[in-house]
Design a protein around this ligand. Structure first.
Ligand SMILES: Cc1cc2nc3c(=O)[nH]c(=O)nc-3n(C[C@H](O)[C@H](O)[C@H](O)COP(=O)(O)OP(=O)(O)OC[C@H]3O[C@@H](n4cnc5c(N)ncnc54)[C@H](O)[C@@H]3O)c2cc1C
Length: 148
């Protein structure tokens, strides 16, 4: 067995001990959507996509890949337009789609802390829409008061 194939088999085995089967994607059909991000000019199929949901799982995955010298590319929603989430040759994708929570919201300062994959989530759009409405309302109110 050549060493590349051996590393692939070893990492698949290591990852299968970390993640439940449904969160370790290895079939051709499951890997296809991860071959590129928002820049489809470059495409590369990873050997696997790992979908952890806890920091501990991420740590174990990174340790396993480090010890087997397997390249890892993190991926949020894969909407980046510069090919940053393009898999490496013989590498895996660390998919962060299960980290999709809002950690806290500060309405007064219109800021929020979110987990890695929340960048385009509906909740965030909802918050931004609310802030937009509140800003618009106060601008309209200011104008009306000035006018009176
Ligand atoms: C239709 C469309 C509209 C867009 N509009 C805008 C816009 O208005 N404003 C704007 O700023 N951008 C816009 N973008 C670009 C894109 O949505 C943003 O760059 C977005 O923030 C990328 O987030 P992502 O989770 O999809 O990152 P990905 O594409 O998954 O990753 C981007 C890079 O970050 C790395 N990465 C991802 N998650 C992690 C992590 N947790 N830890 C370490 N590295 C990580 C990846 O390896 C990659 O290098 C748009 C894209 C599209 C397709």
């Amino acid at each position: 067995m050549n060493s590349e194939l051996e590393s692939s088999n070893n990492i698949l085995l290591a990852l299968s001990e970390i993640l439940p089967e449904k969160y370790l994607l290895t079939s051709k059909e499951d890997l296809k959507p991860y071959e590129c991000d928002g820049m489809p000019a470059y495409q590369r199929i990873p050997i696997a996509v790992a979908l952890p949901s806890t920091v501990e799982e991420v740590q174990k995955i990174i340790r396993a890949c480090e010890s087997l010298r397997i390249p890892v590319v993190a991926r949020g929603a894969g909407t980046g337009l510069s090919g940053g989430a393009l898999p490496h040759e013989g590498g895996i994708i660390l998919g962060l789609s299960r980290f999709n929570t809002i950690l806290d919201i500060d309405h007064e300062n219109m800021t929020m802390r979110v987990a890695a994959r929340s960048a385009k989530s509906g909740n965030i759009r909802g918050c931004c829409a609310l802030w937009f409405v509140l800003c618009a309302r106060s601008v309209i109110a200011d104008c009306l008061f000035d006018w009176w």
